[in-house]
Each structure stands twice: as C-alpha cells, then as structure tokens.
Design a protein around this ligand. Structure first.
Ligand code: VGL
Ligand code: ZN
Length: 211
C-alpha cells in the first residue's frame, strides 16, 4: 500500500485575519509541517489543494445578491453564500507563510469555474468536472491517503468522501483540521460522517509512529 499526504486549502483566507477565517485555522500549519516531515523521511508524496476563485465567482454572496453565511441554490445545487475569498493571485489565496512549501510535490487548484463551487480536491460540487488529482495519484500507484486541513465541514469533508468513493484507504489527522461551524456541531458531524463512510480518524502521533 502506497500512501500520500493530502493537505486541504491551507490558505491565508481561512486563517485568522482572512476573509473566511476559521477559528484556530493557523494552528494546523505546524501539524501540516510535522506531517510533511514524516512523509519526506519515508519518501511519500505530499500534495495540496488550493481554493482558487475568479473575483466573479457566484458562490460569493455579493455576486449573487445574497447574505454571507445563508443557504441558497446555485446551478441546481445547494449553496452556502460565502464572503469573497481565495481570489486568484490575491494574498488571501496564497498558502500560509509558515507552511513548508518546498515539501509539497504538487498543488491542485479548484473553484475556477464561476458558476459552480468546488469543495472537494477531486471534483466540483456537481461532480461535473474533475481535477488532475486522482490521475496524479493513480499514476504513482497511491492507494492510501492521509488528509488534513481547512475546513473540516466543507473542503476536508468532501475531499475525504470523494477519496473513499474513489477507493482510497483514507485517514484524517483530526488535530490538523478546523471547521467553519456555521452551526456549532458542524465539525463534529463532519468527522462522524467521514468515519461512517470508512475514514480512519487518527492523531498526528499515530501517523508519526507508523500507523
Ligand atoms: C472552503 C468554503 C468555501 C474550504 C472553500 O476550503 O473548506 N469552504 N470555499
Ligand atoms: Zn471557496
């Protein structure tokens, strides 16, 4: 079984001070750097997703005449209206400055189509288009993924559910995740949903010790 580390959306806009700040989002960067170091020692690939929206993205509340944090519909799909975030080439879309970028082998961008949101690192929310991630991993014989990042209740959750559906053995480093939590229990519910679909919830220490 060959394993890769998948880091989800470790970007400035999801950290304190950012446009779509997740509480304690910056605290997962140190976890990511330790997980990267483990992979470098073992020769395991490290990949990262990057939320990468055009300014005119219709998931942005202001572009759809909606209130941020409320629920609507976009392109026939349920849609949470978000503040403007992770706009291509803007500082908010950049990776957190403390992230060990030189330990990352490949970055997969998502969310470029203004008409559909894209939480998962594999597919858009309607599963109409696919990133290069699955073919990149399959091309290297990867069958197992270790996932962490931001945000637990959106991009981490949908990436993990897609990874499981695509047949990857999937573990989630729980202390490497933080959630948006529009509702208080959203992150807890997301962890439970991932686990119910077959994900293994693990601690960084367990990963470091070789599980
Ligand atoms: C995300 C909401 C909108 C995430 C991205 O990375 O979880 N959430 N865009
Ligand atoms: Zn986004």
């Amino acid at each position: 079984m060959s394993t890769a580390l998948l880091l989800i959306d470790l970007q400035n806009d999801f950290c304190p001070g950012g446009a779509l700040a997740v509480a304690e989002g910056d605290q997962v960067i140190a976890v990511a750097n330790q997980a990267i170091a483990v992979c470098r020692r073992r020769g395991w690939p490290v990949v990262a997703s990057q939320d990468w929206h055009p300014a005119a993205h219709r998931s942005f509340a202001v572009n759809s005449g909606q209130t941020p944090g409320t629920l609507g519909e976009l392109n026939g799909l349920p849609q949470v209206w978000w503040p403007v975030h992770c706009v291509q080439d803007q500082p908010g879309a950049a990776f957190h400055p403390d992230l060990a970028l030189d330990g990352i082998d490949e970055v997969f961008r998502k969310g470029q189509n203004p008409d559909i949101d894209s939480y998962s690192a594999f597919f858009d929310n309607g599963r109409r288009t696919e990133t290069e991630l699955d073919s990149w991993l399959k091309g290297r014989g990867i069958t197992s993924l270790v996932v962490m990042g931001l945000a637990t209740d959106y991009c981490v959750k949908y990436s993990v559910l897609d990874a499981l559906a695509l047949g990857y053995t999937t573990s989630v480093i729980t202390e490497g995740c933080r959630g948006v939590n529009l509702q208080d229990d959203d992150s807890l519910a997301a962890f439970e949903e991932m686990q119910q679909h077959g994900a293994h919830l693990i601690a960084l220490k367990t990963f470091e010790m070789g599980a």
